[in-house]
Write a protein that binds this ligand. Structure first.
Ligand SMILES: [Zn+2]
Length: 349
């Protein structure tokens, strides 16, 4: 299939604290291209072209965090001065060939300090720079008004990206009765992309099933990979594919959600996301193994699956890479389903 594109991961290794090595989540995991979802901000971005990009084979497409320090400090936004719009615009302009989007995170304390001014500033930065806006939904601190999604979604325009579509945290897309807020359908009709980044805190099978039942399907599958997330929750892009096969998506749907759609969402579909004569040779060769497996969401809810996707060979720009051992003690496969005695969670340190 075309090379896998992970639309949301964190690969600012050594600068943002949980950034994973790009090739560990990339060519050595069956993935040819990674969108770094705002690990760097205006004050730290210079480290990307200097310290990260020259040392990896995986293609990295950075989105710039609206917070100056990106994810080098957590929480990210701690005061209005955490955002410097002029600097942000300047950095995107200086790295126009690299930066394809602006990232904002709808989390505490940013919203308590700035309210909706925060995503609006991010949208302004994206619009003035002519790049996409990607917005993280789901307050991992669980402090803000869950209804904030209703005023956020109208800010997103055609081509912008909502990430963590299946989050169970406050600010997700379901109302208190489990129904999609009406702005979701409107956003989908306008051409907003829905991405399902898993991460350590923002992916629920229950939310996903409710969303799917209501017919507004996600467009993209991504990991939100970090060093701890790789070990404890997400594991890999191929395991994300396994989760979506388990949720009932067909293999062609899953492939589209990992290739053509993220290429379009990141604005690189003129080069990436499909196989064609004359195109750059980005190819993922995957194995689909039959078996009896369990995959888990961030709440610990298990889903029993009978197929597991694992990487076999990655080709990036014509160069061949063999996947490494994998994120777990036994490699790439998910946890085995056990007949009795409850699940044993694997891969944890
Ligand atoms: Zn993330």
């Amino acid at each position: 299939m075309p090379g896998l594109i992970d639309l949301h991961a964190h690969v600012f290794e050594g600068i943002s604290r949980t950034g994973v090595n790009p090739d560990l989540g990339g060519v050595y995991a069956g993935v040819t291209t990674i969108v770094d979802a705002g690990s760097a901000g205006a004050a730290t971005f210079a480290g990307f072209p200097r310290h990260i990009l020259p040392h990896c084979h995986t293609e990295v497409i950075p989105f710039l965090h609206i917070c100056q320090t990106g994810l080098a400090t957590m929480p990210d936004i701690i005061a209005e001065s955490s955002i410097n719009l002029d600097d942000t615009l300047k950095v995107v302009d200086q790295h126009r060939h690299l930066i394809r989007g602006i990232k904002a995170r709808m989390v505490s304390p940013a919203l308590e300090i700035m309210g909706m001014e925060m995503p609006k500033l991010a949208k302004r930065a994206a619009k003035e720079s002519g790049v996409k806006l990607m917005v993280h939904i789901g307050d991992t601190e669980k402090r803000y008004d869950p209804k904030v999604i209703r005023s956020l979604l109208p800010i997103l325009e055609k081509g912008d990206i909502l990430t963590h579509y299946f989050t169970a945290n406050p600010g997700g897309v379901l109302d208190a009765n489990g129904k999609l807020v009406p702005e979701v359908r409107e956003a989908a009709d306008r051409g907003v992309w829905f991405d399902t980044a898993h991460g350590r805190m923002n992916f629920s099978f229950d939310v996903g099933k409710r969303v799917i039942e209501q017919g507004v399907l996600p467009h993209c599958i991504s990991t939100d990979l970090t060093v701890p997330g790789r070990v404890m929750t997400v594991h890999s892009m191929t395991e994300m594919m396994t989760r979506f096969l388990g949720l009932g998506f067909t293999l062609p749907q899953v492939v589209t959600m990992c290739t053509a759609n993220p290429a379009k969402a990141a604005g690189v579909d003129d080069r990436l996301g499909s196989l064609a004569v004359g195109r750059q040779a980005d190819i993922s060769v995957l194995d689909i193994r039959p078996g009896d497996w369990m995959v888990y969401d961030v709440l610990g809810t298990g889903l029993r699956v009978d197929r597991a996707v694992v990487p076999f060979v990655t080709v990036k720009k014509g160069r061949v890479f063999t996947p490494d051992w994998g994120p777990r003690a036994w490699g790439w496969e998910p946890d085995r389903a056990l007949p009795a005695g409850g699940p044993i969670r694997g891969g944890c340190c």
